[in-house]
Design a protein around this ligand. Structure first.
Ligand code: ADP
Ligand code: MG
Length: 358
């Protein structure tokens, strides 16, 4: 196996707007990359070009040294040793689980002990060894999806491509399947590219997350890195919860990770007299000083008597905590968590432990 390399890949369907625009990306051997972005940003098109169902109009895709495709040459899907799992995983209802899983081997003319061994191995990987004789109709939704995974694994593909495989499932089954996918990746050792528009799914599953917008790559990094250091407003707003505030800091100076000492200077304190009455009602930017966008995660907003006094705008009970929206003195909104019930109109004094300059 080898790493998958996309080099300045573009796809233009002739609509006047590129579906994929100069996308460069590497997925290391055995890596698990999530391709994350809103609907229509080009995720499926990228996957179809990797699989060979679509040819790029620019750039190239390689698997290690092997050129899979560029705008001139093209290796057909069946010669790429990849498997693609779609949202709807069709199993043959009249075949039992083992026959469903073994079907791709039959097509390739593999039979006998080698066939049985491979089917056994694939079923073991998805923990369905005891279900070989069952019919799909006798399985749960999650088990059926595991059969589909075993079927794509049975031919030992170099790369497994998954296009929003959990999009139609309810939250409970999704969580179960996320664990299955993680385990599937670990046990199979396959290189995986997983397309989703669900940021929590991408973060929970993948070793690397690539964020796409309008055909372009915005950032690629490990989930914790994307969460802590998002590049720009778009990624910051897409991944995780948080508030994006506009504050008077010049964007070309200072560290990007701001602590309370830096922030207290830029957030108006309660009772602060800025010299003119009515300042609190001024909108950001009115004073003409250079401003920057900062991202504040709700878990970094801490109740502290020495902080900024805010008004509670809304409070949503989430079981283990309340998700609260606060109004800062300058009118901007700030998300926070509270372990205790708070009501709209109430005042809370908070410190922002740290923030990330976008
Ligand atoms: P995603 O999977 O992120 O929702 P797609 O890759 O399906 O996005 O689509 C990206 C863009 O390319 C969309 O604007 C879509 O309408 C367009 N597109 C996709 N396939 C075709 C096609 N065969 N012909 C024309 N436009 C297409
Ligand atoms: Mg899609």
């Amino acid at each position: 196996m080898a790493k998958l390399i996309l080099d300045r890949v573009s796809k233009d369907f002739g609509t006047g707007r590129s579906a994929v625009d100069g996308l460069s990306l590497e997925v290391r051997d055995g890596g698990f990359l999530a391709l994350l972005g809103p609907s229509g940003c080009g995720k499926t098109t990228v996957l179809r070009m990797i699989a060979g169902f679509e040819q790029p109009t620019g750039g190239s895709i390689r698997l290690g040294e092997k050129l899979l495709t560029n705008s001139e040459s093209y290796l057909p899907p069946e010669r790429r040793n990849m498997a693609m799992v779609f949202q709807s995983y069709a199993l043959w209802p009249h075949m039992n689980v083992a026959d469903n899983v073994g079907y791709p081997l039959k097509v390739r003319g593999i039979s006998g002990e080698r066939y049985r061994e491979k089917v056994r191995e694939a079923l073991g990987t998805v923990r369905l060894g005891d279900f070989a004789d069952r019919r799909p109709a006798d399985l749960s939704g999650g088990q059926r999806q595991r059969v589909a995974l075993a079927r794509c694994l049975v031919t030992s593909p170099d790369v497994v491509l998954l296009d929003e495989p959990l999009a139609n499932l309810d939250r409970h089954l999704k969580t179960e399947m996320e664990e299955t996918f993680r385990e599937f990746h670990q046990r199979s050792g396959a290189t995986m590219v997983y397309v989703t528009h669900d940021q929590s799914e991408a973060m929970a599953l993948a070793t690397d997350v690539a964020v796409m917008s309008e055909g372009r790559l915005m950032q690629v990094a490990a989930p914790a890195e994307i969460y802590a250091r998002p590049e720009g407003r778009l990624v910051g707003g897409l991944v995780g919860r948080g508030s994006i505030l506009s504050v008077p800091i010049s964007s070309d100076v200072g560290p990007r990770l701001l602590d309370w000492a830096a922030l207290r200077e830029v957030l108006k304190r309660p009772g602060d007299d800025r010299g003119r009455p009515g300042d609190d009602r001024d909108r950001p930017g009115n004073d003409g000083s250079p401003r920057a966008d900062i991202l504040v995660r709700p878990e970094d907003v801490i109740a502290d008597a020495g902080g900024v006094s805010c008004v509670v705008e809304s409070s949503l009970y989430e079981g283990e905590r309340y998700a609260v929206r606060l109004r800062l003195p300058d009118g901007q909104s700030l998300r926070a968590y509270s372990r205790f019930a708070v009501v709209p109109g109430e005042r809370l004094t908070v410190v922002i432990r740290s923030a990330w300059r976008l």
